[in-house]
Design a protein around this ligand. Structure first.
Ligand code: PEP
Length: 260
């Protein structure tokens, strides 16, 4: 049975002090929790990765980066390589976020190259894919998702160390969440694409997260869907109480699944 993953993408938010406060509260929460838990990931901005890791050391929380360079090292001012992330103990990294694709012209080829760099350092990529509103309205959602999967995973034969986040662009930061049905339909399609292009194990084991205005009020109905294995959460992950509320909901759902 797949675990549920709650991942927070802070984007370009918080500072050293608020990072510390958030992580201390989260660490405190985990010190009181003994049951088997959902997987929890937080992705702070680069400058706070080290301090977040330090505070969260004795918790099950994994600290993720929000991006990585395609380059290994050299004259690439402002870039951060996968080996640098690895040296900080980072084990997960978001790639292909729609904001990177939109504002930094990241193509599927670039995203793929970034994933290869991450895998070379044993860092798990969270690959983001999703359609625009115009594409959804034109009934192009499936075609867009398949093209992104084909482009990002071209020539990649092993996806055992990969998380995919379906993030409809029209739902990111807009307050407009995909309905559980809309999200489930796309997740099921992604899983079936993986079954067809890899195998049954790959399809059954891969975690497919939903992202796009997920929050405490709607995370439960999303996680009740068969093919939604967690959330990649932006805005609502910045508030530690809301983040913990979503972890609690995910735990309840995980426990109901286990009881079945
Ligand atoms: C995101 O950027 O990954 C995201 C899902 O943002 P939000 O939850 O704010 O829509």
């Amino acid at each position: 049975m797949r675990n549920i993953i709650i991942a927070g993408n802070w984007k370009m938010n918080k500072d050293m002090i608020s990072t510390d406060e958030f992580c201390n509260t989260l660490a405190e929460y985990f010190s009181n929790y003994e049951d088997d838990m959902v997987g929890v990931i937080v992705a702070p901005p680069y400058p706070f990765l080290q301090s977040a890791s330090d505070v969260l050391t004795y918790t099950p929380v994994e600290v993720a980066a929000q991006d990585v360079s395609v380059h290994k090292d050299g004259a690439f001012t402002g870039e951060v390589s996968a080996s640098m992330l690895s040296s900080l103990g980072v084990v997960v990294c978001i790639v292909g976020h729609s904001e990177r694709r939109q504002y930094h012209a990241e193509t599927d080829d670039i995203v793929r190259a970034k994933m290869l760099e991450l895998w070379a350092q044993n860092i798990t990529p969270i690959l983001c894919i999703g359609e625009t509103l115009a594409q959804r309205d034109a009934n192009e959602t499936n075609a867009v998702i398949v093209a992104q999967l084909e482009g990002c995973l071209k020539g990649i034969t092993d996806i055992s160390d990969l998380i995919i986040a379906y993030e409809p662009i029209w739902a990111i930061g807009t307050g407009r969440t995909a309905t559980p049905d809309q999200a489930q339909t796309v997740h099921a399609m992604i899983r079936s694409w993986i079954f067809d292009h890899y195998d049954k194990d790959a399809a059954e084991n891969i975690h497919l997260l939903y992202g796009g205005s997920a929050k405490p009020e709607n995370i439960g109905s999303l996680l009740m869907q068969k093919d939604i294995d967690g959330g990649l959460i932006g805005g609502a992950s910045l508030n530690v109480e809301q983040f913990i509320a979503m972890i609690n909901t995910a735990n309840e759902i995980l426990n109901t699944r286990r009881d079945k």
